[in-house]
Ligand binder design. Structure first.
Ligand code: CAA
Length: 395
């Protein structure tokens, strides 16, 4: 049975920070961010937007009523969850109005877990061919003002509907995972921002890419020439470019290398405007590739490198369905949407960064009005997060 991605949706925050403004404020040369990291802007989430509102918005845009009646599992992959106990998927199940007889869970392993979620979804559909599974990768990346990681923050969510006979990408069975117990990036329960060994993390990313790709090729007798494109986890686009250069086989014919290079460039377009969205960033790269490349066709194979600090990596692959383009938005429309985000001054960005829920003695808090996507966090009432669908007039 063919199982894979039938629909893919995306949501990001409605505010953005221009990298040039951040550079000026931090005393860095603008080229450090534009050329050194290949970043142009970052999405910034206000307090009324979290991984639940972003995830629900990404899914709502793509689901039909029929989908909602047939989804029987929702998996949210995240490393910036809002509750240690209750899964974000349970809130999203309610907000989207999914039929009741569904399993709703959250998965974690830094930026990697949406890859495991896809595999679980595939196994589930293998056993229940008529079911549909909603996989959501949703994160807000916050490193801290003035830290080296600050310039790679971001916010966003990718929602994927998994079905049999998918309209976009058939997931293949062959994959190769790799685990190393390392401290490159981690966030203990008592900290709102991560601890990061930045340079070490980039070295591990590249080394785990090389190690897993070498082993994948050996085990499954594959080479880069079998693939039309290679998508990477994109903590910042320059690191993905380094990864691409690391695996690029210089002995490949020039035409194949050119196609791979061109497709790589299409895959980083959205991340350059949004920053790191952790669990979703590999799939944001896939979305950017599929919506912007003119060099892909049905039957093409796409390889993917998933990386989550700590660390787990995986190489997995998919085959494009015939007519996959019809299931997607146009790249220029997506870029237009991104241009509509509200630009923030560095001062306003810092104010939003430090805004916390000020709970009263009953554990309740209300928030200032901010622009959000389709859903917003309205208030906290006696320690319970209260979400609402935003009406058109409010938006
Ligand atoms: N013009 C052009 N380029 C310039 C420049 C200028 N004026 N000034 C600096 N640069 C270049 C540097 O040469 C460097 O490029 P190369 O790596 O190609 O040499 C680049 O800009 C970055 O500059 P620095 O090396 O000085 O590094 P930095 O202070 O910006 O920090 C970082 C980089 C440590 C990666 C930091 O961004 C960070 O800590 N990021 C968070 C951690 C991260 O993203 N790790 C990735 C792997 S872990 C992972 O993948 C999981 C995840 O999502 C977090």
């Amino acid at each position: 049975m063919k199982i894979g991605i039938d629909k893919i949706g995306f949501a990001t925050a409605q505010y953005m920070l221009d990298m040039n403004d951040l550079a000026h404020s931090r005393g860095a040369e603008p080229e450090k961010f534009s050329k050194g990291l290949l970043l142009q802007a970052l999405s910034i989430a206000p307090i009324t937007e979290d991984i639940i509102t972003l995830g629900a918005s990404a899914a709502e845009k793509m689901l039909t009523q029929d989908d909602k009646e047939n989804i029987d599992m929702i998996i949210v992959a995240t490393e910036s969850g809002v509750d240690q106990s209750k899964a974000a998927a349970v809130y999203i199940h309610h907000l989207l109005g999914i039929q009741p007889f569904a399993r709703s869970i959250e998965m974690k392993e830094a930026c990697y877990s949406a890859t495991a979620a896809l595999d679980y979804a595939k196994l589930h559909i293998g056993k229940n061919p008529d079911s549909k599974v909603l996989v959501i990768a949703s994160d807000i990346a916050k490193y801290g003002i003035g830290t080296p990681g600050e310039s790679t923050q971001g916010a966003g969510s990718i929602a994927m509907l998994l079905t049999k006979d998918p309209a976009i990408l058939v997931l293949q069975d062959q994959s190769l995972a790799l685990t190393r117990d390392i401290m490159d990036f981690w966030r203990p329960n008592y900290s709102t921002t991560p601890f990061v060994n930045g340079m070490y993390s980039t070295k591990q990313y590249l080394d785990m890419l090389k190690t897993s790709w070498d082993e994948y090729q050996k085990r499954f007798n594959k080479s880069l020439a079998d693939f039309a494109a290679f998508c990477f986890h994109i903590p910042f686009p320059k690191l993905a470019l380094k990864g691409f250069n690391k695996i690029l086989d210089k002995s490949l014919p020039e035409a194949i290398k050119e196609k791979l290079k061109d497709n790589f460039e299409q895959s980083i377009l959205y991340s350059q405007q949004i920053g790191n969205i952790y669990t979703g960033s590999l799939f944001l790269g896939l979305l950017s590739l599929l919506e912007n490349s003119t060099k892909l066709q049905g039957g093409d194979q796409i390889a993917m490198f998933s990386y989550g600090s700590g660390a787990v990596a995986e190489i997995f692959t998919g085959t494009l369905a015939e007519g996959f383009q019809q299931q997607l938005s146009k790249g220029q429309d997506r870029m237009q949407e991104l241009r509509q985000r509200i630009p923030l001054s560095v001062e306003d960005y810092e104010r939003i960064f430090f805004e916390n829920a000020l709970l009263d003695e009953n554990g309740s808090a209300s928030f200032a009005e901010y622009k959000t996507g389709i859903f917003a966090l309205r208030e906290i009432f006696e320690h319970q997060r209260i979400y609402q669908k935003v009406t058109v007039n409010e938006k």
